[in-house]
Write a protein that binds this ligand. Sequence first.
Ligand code: ADP
Ligand code: MG
Length: 153
Amino acid sequence: MEETTESKEATERFAKRFLDRLLAKPGKPGTATVVALEGDLGAGKTTFTKGIARALSLPDLVTSPTFVIEKVYYIDPPQGPYRRLVHIDAYRLEDPKELESIGWHEIATDPENLILIEWPQKVAGLIPPRAWHIAFSYVDEHSRNMVVTEPAQ
Ligand code: ADP
Ligand code: MG
């Protein structure tokens, strides 16, 4: 799955299609769905997350959680196995232990959680092998490219 979008709205629509693809997959017991959003500042990671939130009909639209590390949004009614969208921005983390200290292991082992994490390379050792990866890149002022890598089964 790969796309170059020409607007932030198109990136949000791509996010909805990605969510549809996730929802078509069976859940895995004992593990959350983790989506690692990689790419530079301004590449569209938070915009993509907003698109997911909109597609889930969440009342609060996602804002950047840069200053709080993590925000949890309740999905009501649940969509597929998901009852919570967990949005993490690891940009400011100095040490993966900071994420562990807010309960990462519990969050990442709950199949009802859909976790989107910006700057996953800051906490590389905590990203499970069966995470999805999406590489975002800046093309020009209005265009961004996204490449989705699905976890091996
Ligand atoms: P990140 O979270 O990766 O730092 P953001 O999603 O916060 O990036 O910011 C992306 C910025 O780029 C926003 O200001 C958005 O309006 C702008 N933009 C322009 N074109 C696009 C596009 N095709 N997709 C996503 N964002 C775009
Ligand atoms: Mg961001």
